[in-house]
Write a protein that binds this ligand. Structure first.
Ligand code: BGC
Length: 747
């Protein structure tokens, strides 16, 4: 059967000409009449066949009617290599090498909607080359825990920054005709017991913090697919959570696309069928034969199945199926994507500290020592679902060698071994434990390399065995004796620049003391090494800003300070029974297990909202990032003195680059309610903009805040509400670098 397909762009254009689409979701519904007719021709068995996996990365179409399967591909940071049909092992292809883009926290450190959009386009395009319909990404949960195994995949601790980037990423992917499947919906903020943990959070906390990025990605980005997370929220698995999937996602946000459970995250037939899941991934235990039986016995109305099929067909007709013989003809990686990957990497690197302008390193330097194995690690693979088979990867050491000026000698010494974690313990020459003591031979070599160098680049940080899906870090300490090594290097050469190669924050208390400059280098995609070298050599100015706080110590961060993570231990069984057993000489200790409940009692005080409101000092604040130039902020002006709902606050000001090279600044606007009757954080980010300013030049910048963005979730009324009163608009280059404050009034 030939279907005259309406492409998303044509559909949008048609809707605009008849008065404009009401929501970006409407593009999915243009084929609804035709879809209803198709469903009327389908048998129950054909319909249910669509509602679970066909292979590990596909779900069935309707072969009898010529409707193609839906093909999924992992990768928030690059289209994952082809796996065998029924698992994740490599299929051994040659055309599936993709562009490895910087990981989530690196993208977020650019604070650039434009780059997030280009990044999404790159991903969307490469998915098409691979014949994939749905990208399982972006991953947009809030970074609640510094130790989170997927902190590096996620974007930010701040919902506004994460929301802006997520919406733009999704738009980029879908403009290329690929569906984005935002994940993991919702409150999947830890890997510890991720398959069973029950998150307890109140409605305000969910709405203002954890759901924000998803809301923007659906309502503004128009995401066509959503992946319910593994965990439970307030007692119900996310894949059968009526409140999340049916009431909020579909009901309030107007989502018209498909929901696809996380792999192995479906838990029942009735729960999933009745409470909002479309596709069981993987297997057919619940949304397969058991669902057919449930319909036949009348336990599940067939209309419920029809509604799911309708959502799947909407996606199928919005995303053009690529015939097998038209895809995978050439390598997936595209030149424009590689350029985007470089752009993102070069704008993500954060200069944390730069005593006496030690960086950039002089181009006249004769000898540079690069010390630390992390300078040579490939970071494309590992991390489970987030790995990429990259066309190439420029490591930091290679980047420094590639970009070294004539006459500069680069000497390298690894200094420590690679900690390989649970999957690579037997690897040759790997560190035995994460705390492995300093190896005297490696140290001697490193000290030799450091002697007489004009600068020592000390590469520390974690790796993808330490920060990975499936487990959280036990702490944020630097591994494999990196702290001891830097002290030893310092004894022979004090010109140390420490470069932290990690996705999440590390404890920098020791390293900071021994470093003239500190740089957060991330896992920065296939061009990461070149971008880093360009910053360290001063070819470009650093301009990344932290998307999360570096606490002084892990224990300072909110979930730890309140004892909310790790979950508390509970005694199982009957208390008296346990005692009695002991008395009669039985088991001395009662059964103890971790509580299955994760209480988010820190509430809306996540990340900098906690540190600022509770006056807890931090190592490096949210939004922090230095440059090689200085930016002066002019007096900001708001377009009015007072505002009401429906209006937009516009704040204009000048930024002057007083330095001698072109550089980017990210202007940040926070709001504070000095007289609020509601419990609020000290301040919250509400607008930002990245601007490029030539040496000595001044740029005019306007930041906008729709008044609706100032609403809070009113628990009593169970809806968004706008408080009236004075609001301070705080403008600066970081959350702890506020330069100007102006006051307005909300009427
Ligand atoms: C991860 C998802 C991923 C899926 C498929 C799961 O373990 O949580 O993010 O998309 O596997 O690989």
């Amino acid at each position: 059967m030939k279907l005259d397909r309406i492409t998303p762009l044509l559909a949008m254009a048609a809707m605009v000409s008849c008065g404009g689409p009401k929501s970006p979701q409407d593009v999915l519904t243009v084929n609804d009449r035709k879809i209803d007719k198709i469903i009327a021709q389908m048998t129950l068995e054909e319909k249910v066949e669509m509602l679970h996996s066909k292979t590990n990365m596909s779900s069935e179409g309707v072969p009898r009617l010529g409707i193609q399967d839906i093909k999924y591909a992992d990768g928030p940071f690059g289209i994952r290599e082809e796996g065998v049909p029924n698992g994740f092992q490599s299929a051994g292809w040659v055309t599936d090498s993709a562009t490895y883009f910087p990981t989530g926290s690196a993208l977020a450190a650019t604070w650039s909607e434009e780059l997030a959009h280009m990044y999404g386009k790159g991903m969307g395009k490469e998915a098409r080359v691979r014949g994939k319909d749905v990208i399982l990404g972006p991953a947009i949960n809030i970074q609640r825990l510094p130790v989170g195994g997927r902190t590096y995949e996620y974007l930010s601790e701040d919902p506004f920054l994460a929301a802006r980037l997520a919406a733009n990423y999704v738009k980029g992917v879908q403009e290329e005709g690929t569906a984005a499947c935002i994940k993991h919906f919702a409150l999947n903020n830890q890997e510890t017991n991720r398959g069973s943990v029950n998150v307890i959070a109140d409605e305000r906390v969910m709405r203002e913090i954890y759901l924000k990025p998803f809301e923007a990605a659906v309502k503004e980005g128009g995401a066509w697919a959503v992946m319910p997370a593994y965990n439970k929220v307030n007692g119900y698995y996310c894949s059968e959570n009526e409140h999340l999937l049916n009431e909020i996602l579909r009901g309030e946000w107007g989502f018209k696309g498909i929901t696809v459970s996380d792999w192995g995250g479906t838990h029942s037939t009735m729960g999933a069928a009745l409470h909002g899941l479309d596709v069981q991934m993987t297997g057919d235990t619940y949304l397969g034969p058991a669902l057919i039986d449930s319909v036949k016995t009348g336990a599940v109305p067939e209309s419920v199945v029809d509604a799911k099929v309708k959502e799947l067909l909407r996606l199928r007709f919005t995303v053009e199926a690529i015939p097998e013989d038209e895809c995978n003809l050439a390598t997936a990686s595209q030149p424009e994507s590689r350029k985007t990957a470089y752009e993102v990497a070069s704008k993500s690197i954060v200069l944390l500290k730069n005593s006496n302008d030690f960086l950039p390193v002089s181009k006249e330097a004769k000898k540079i020592a690069v010390i630390g194995l992390n300078a040579t690690l490939n970071t494309q693979s590992g991390g489970m679902g987030a790995g990429v088979k990259s066309v190439y990867e420029v490591t930091p050491l290679q980047g420094l060698q590639n970009r070294a000026p004539e006459g500069m000698e680069i000497v390298y010494a690894p200094a420590y071994r690679n900690f390989m974690g649970r999957y690579g313990r037997n690897a040759r020459n790997a560190a035995k434990t994460i705390d492995e003591a300093v190896d005297p031979k490696l140290l001697e070599e490193a000290l030799e390399a450091a002697k007489g160098a004009e600068a020592v680049f000390f590469f520390c940080g974690t790796n993808k065995s330490i920060e990975t899906e499936g487990s959280d870090r036990t702490d944020i300490k630097l591994p494999v004796s990196q702290e001891e090594i830097i002290k030893e290097i310092y004894a022979v050469n004090k010109n140390i620049v420490s470069v932290i190669i990690s996705g999440g924050p590390c404890d920098l208390q020791v390293v900071e003391k021994y470093s003239k400059a500190l740089v957060q280098g991330w896992w920065n995609g296939l061009e990461g090494g070149n971008a880093l070298a360009d910053v360290l050599y001063g070819n470009i100015a650093p301009s990344g800003k932290l998307p999360f706080t570096f606490p002084v110590a892990l224990e300072d961060s909110p979930a730890f300070a309140l004892g909310n993570f790790p979950q508390k231990e509970e005694i199982q069984g009957d208390l008296f029974g346990n005692q009695y057993r002991q008395d009669i000489g039985g088991q001395r200790r009662a059964n103890i297990r971790r509580s299955p409940d994760a209480h988010y009692s820190e509430g809306i005080f996540v990340g900098y909202r906690w540190f600022e409101t509770k006056n807890v000092p931090v190592m490096y604040a949210f939004g922090h990032g230095l440059s090689y130039v200085f930016f002066e902020y002019g007096q900001p002006k708001a377009n009015k003195d007072s505002y009401k709902m429906g209006e937009t606050i516009k704040v204009s000001f000048d930024i002057r680059n007083t330095g001698s090279m072109e550089a980017d600044e990210v202007a940040q606007l926070y709001v504070r309610w000095p007289e609020s009757r509601i419990e609020r954080p000290f301040k919250e980010l509400k607008a930002f903009k990245r601007v490029t300013v030539a040496a000595g030049a001044t740029s005019k910048v306007t930041l906008e805040i729709p008044v609706s963005e100032l609403r809070h979730w009113d628990e009593a009324l169970n809806t968004w509400a706008l408080e009236r009163g004075p609001v301070s608009l705080m403008l600066g280059g970081a959350s702890d670098d506020i330069r100007e404050i102006i006051d307005i009034e909300i009427r």
